[in-house]
Design a protein around this ligand. Structure first.
Ligand code: SAM
Length: 473
């Protein structure tokens, strides 16, 4: 039975409830009066339930859809301004004992090169990432309890935080690794991770079991209840997501929102981020053999509806998407993007030889970080390298309450400008620096109060003189 508070996966992601939600959405997809009421409710910026948001997702009335897109854009502006947080993935190991049918790391793939970075290799990769300008990483790994142990992850996190190279430092390490125990989540928290990320892949249990035929990941309940255990272990920033293309997107959308509702109901804090990856070709994976792929129009609608349904939850898009698609959805709700990414184990420091490919999927947006930063600024966005919330302890419900009251803007906007200035001084090409300096000069006048503005101006001046105080709001 559907129960948002239950600890059991099949209660809080209840199949019958999702089917009823989809039926309700279908019945009402042309119900203009109801859709108007839902849009009005969403304008209050307190979000929508999975049922309500599913009606908006199903709606195919042209005029109403235009309103939905406009509202998503407005909510995105109100909560996130024009800032986009930058990050890069770092693949630690592609050893994996699971049998996921969509992922080239599956255990039966004897063709892909298997690699696990040593601590020395991690050092070299991190220095290469720091030299690009990155401050925030998402660690990635396959599931192999013998090779990819918790001790290995903890050592890797320590190594990464300890590397100080020129003006570089990784200041937030997020981690995307297999579902684990409360005790292990506690260890990850103590090691100082930012967000624990785990994609559900699909919320549809029957499909899930077929798509994960072997290995520990086959256990649907253990996987689906992972975020509950992470929260019990003290991790208050968790990132959820679905791999779109595996099952029907409207089912997944309802599941994602029910998961968010469950975390909010059970722990008082919803997910910190939602990722929206789409299935891609990879080593021995042909994405066209999966029949639930979604086109770009549907993808844009999905992003807009997530933005409206959970305004306080950051939304992440990776280099699985092209420049064009990223451009299309950024203003509809994306708050974080990766740039200059490699999905191979190693590959930042030196490109992998063709004979030793270890990539998880084909990167579509292959531009450098400098090119991505420049492109964002040319569109009027402020690429942010800020990690202050995490470092100041503004995580979980403390972050959410600042977000809900709108006060978070007072920190984010100035911090984005100062961290961008540091990036421009340390890593940008002359063209990017010129565009960035002009943008900062303009944007500094949008810092909310005069006192804060003068502090920012003073810090920008110090950064320009390379006399940094590492000051953040
Ligand atoms: N081992 C971790 C786990 O058990 O969830 C996963 C981390 S994996 C390195 C990161 C994510 O990549 C997966 O959760 C999956 O959604 C995504 N992924 C796997 N195969 C993919 C493909 N062919 N195209 C796009 N994304 C893929």
């Amino acid at each position: 039975m559907y129960d948002v508070h239950s600890k059991h996966a099949e209660d809080f992601i209840n199949h019958e409830e999702i089917l009823e939600t989809l039926a309700y959405a279908d019945e009402n997809k042309h119900n203009a009066a109801l859709i108007d009421t839902l849009i009005e409710k969403a304008k209050k910026r307190k979000g929508l339930s999975h049922r309500e948001a599913s009606v908006l997702l199903a709606c195919d009335l042209k005029e109403k859809n235009e309103e939905i897109f406009r509202l998503a854009e407005q909510i995105k502006k109100d909560f996130y301004g024009n800032r986009i947080v930058m990050f890069a993935p770092l693949y630690l190991s592609n050893y994996c004992i699971n049998g996921c049918t969509y992922c080239p790391y599956h255990a039966k793939n004897k063709h892909i090169a298997r690699k696990q970075l040593t601590q020395e290799e991690i050092r070299r990769e991190v220095i290469a990432l720091q030299d690009m300008g990155h401050k925030r990483l998402a660690l990635e790994a396959g599931e192999d309890p013998i090779r990819n142990t918790m001790d290995y992850y903890l050592d890797s996190i320590n190594t990464i935080y300890s590397i100080k190279h020129k003006n570089g430092a990784i200041r937030r390490v997020n981690i995307n690794i297999a579902a684990t125990t409360v005790d292990n989540y506690r260890l990850l928290k103590e090691a100082g991770i930012g967000t624990y990320i785990l994609f559900q892949e699909t919320y549809h249990k029957e499909s899930y079991l077929k798509l994960h035929p072997t290995g520990p990941k086959h256990d649907y309940a253990y996987h689906t209840e992972a975020m509950d255990r992470a929260m019990e272990g003290g991790i208050d920033d968790v990132g959820i997501g679905v791999l779109f293309g595996l099952d029907k997107y409207r089912y997944e959308f309802a599941g994602l929102l029910m998961h968010a509702e469950h975390l909010e109901a059970a722990f008082g804090v919803g997910p910190h981020t939602i990722s929206v990856p789409r299935l891609r070709d990879a080593d021995d994976i042909d994405s066209s053999s999966f029949k639930n792929g979604i086109d770009d129009d549907t993808f844009a609608k999905l992003v807009a509806c997530i933005r409206i349904a959970v305004p306080y939850t950051g939304m992440i898009i990776s280099t699985r998407e092209s420049q064009k698609t990223r451009e299309r959805v950024l203003h509809l709700g994306i708050s974080q993007i990766s740039g200059g990414s490699r999905t191979s184990v190693g590959g930042y420091c030196e490109p992998e030889p063709d004979t030793e490919k270890s990539e998880q999927f084909d990167v579509v947006d292959t531009r450098t970080l400098d090119e991505v930063v420049c492109w964002l600024m040319e569109m009027g966005y402020i690429p942010s390298f800020c990690t202050a919330c995490y470092r100041e302890g503004r995580t979980g419900d403390r972050f959410m309450s600042l977000c809900k009251s709108g006060q978070i803007q007072n920190c984010c906007h100035p911090n984005a400008l100062m961290t961008l200035k540091e990036y421009l001084m340390d890593y940008a090409s002359p063209k990017t620096k010129a565009i960035g300096d002009a943008l900062i000069e303009k944007e500094v006048f949008n810092v909310p109060n005069e006192k804060a503005r003068s502090v920012v101006l003073e810090n920008l001046r110090l950064i320009e003189q390379d006399n940094r105080r590492d000051f953040r709001f």
